[in-house]
Design a binder for this molecule. Structure first.
Ligand SMILES: [Zn+2]
Length: 61
C-alpha cells in the first residue's frame, strides 16, 4: 500500500473518514489526513469511484 506524506509537514498521513458532498449527495469515504496541519485528502481512486457512482445514480433518473 502506498504511504502518503503531507507535502508541507513531511509527516505520514493517517487514514481517516472524509465527509464528501457531491451533487446533493453526502457520504463518508476513506481518505487520509495530516495529523499536524489537519489537511485531508481523498485518494484519486476514491474520487473517481465516488463521482462515477454518483453520475450513474443521476443518469438512472
Ligand atoms: Zn500537514
Amino acid at each position: 500500500m502506498t504511504e502518503w506524506y503531507c507535502y508541507k509537514d513531511k509527516v505520514q498521513m493517517l487514514d481517516t473518514k472524509i465527509t464528501l458532498s457531491y451533487m446533493q449527495m453526502v457520504q463518508e469515504v476513506p481518505g487520509i489526513q495530516c495529523p499536524k496541519c489537519g489537511a485531508a485528502y481523498l485518494s484519486e481512486k476514491v474520487v473517481r469511484t465516488v463521482v462515477r457512482a454518483a453520475e450513474e445514480l443521476i443518469e438512472e433518473k
